[in-house]
Design a protein around this ligand. Sequence first.
Ligand SMILES: *[C@@H]1O[C@H](CO)[C@@H](O)[C@H](O)[C@H]1NC(C)=O
Length: 296
Amino acid sequence: MAVKGRSIRGLSRKSSNSTLVFAVFIGLSFVVFILLAFGIFSIPFTSKGSQKAHDLSSIAHNTVGRRDDDGGKRDPWAEVISWEPRAVVYHNFLSKEECEYLINLGKPHMKKSTVVDSATGKSTDSRVRTSSGTFLARGQDKVVRTIEKRIADFTFIPVEHGEGLQILHYEVGQRYEPHYDYFADEFNTINGGQRIATVLMYLSDVEEGGETVFPTAKGNHSAVPWWNELSECGKGGLSVKPKMGDALLFWSMKPDASLDPSSLHGGCPVIKAKGPLLSLDAFAVVRFVSKAVIIL
Ligand SMILES: *[C@@H]1O[C@H](CO)[C@@H](O)[C@H](O)[C@H]1NC(C)=O
């Protein structure tokens, strides 16, 4: 009996202690809440974060892993270049060997580039695109499969959502006028699904010109660290300079699955280069599923 009684008393003392701790916790939370509500202090993340979003001068121009000698594999590193459109450059995404392999693979099959006709969904010749190119079959060989897998890992978009890779070839003077990668028509979206993102991989270096330019990207375009290296056309927006092995990922859709008009982009004319500029385009589409998939 006595043992039982003591244990009950002990229990109730313990529970009154934890009630007190709980009351103090609630009280403190309330004080913090009041301070936040009246703006006496604020969580720094919220205010600074929104100011920084379009500040292109804040781009960390990281030099870690950059080696300009061609020996060995260079370390990959990522650089967010814009939030509107959402765009990120993945440096050293492809090795030199992979770039050379893809160039040799595409070389014998280059045809004048066409654009997709929005009325019929068929490819038509176009004056806005003066490059030539060729499509690779999805998963056509081991190297292509490895690259497709790497793109899937980098973008978080499964391989099955990718279109076949496309190799593009720009001679000096050739360009691609600003355009959207998403489809504005019903035909393509019903048949293949809407495009959600594009990865553009540069297979060769260019001395001058050939930039990928986003003319309507939000932010001060001249604040990028490489501004002085850009051509006149490249200065017409937020630009990425082509570098062998680098990959540029940008989204044509916002996270709420609406089309993003700030994804307007073009290829500037190549001005000076040892050879043609070659790039590898990968498009990801929403395939046979509702848009809800990318909301996740
Ligand atoms: C844009 O950035 C450049 C370079 O940092 C700066 O000189 C210029 O004043 C900025 N322009 C605006 C409108 O903020």
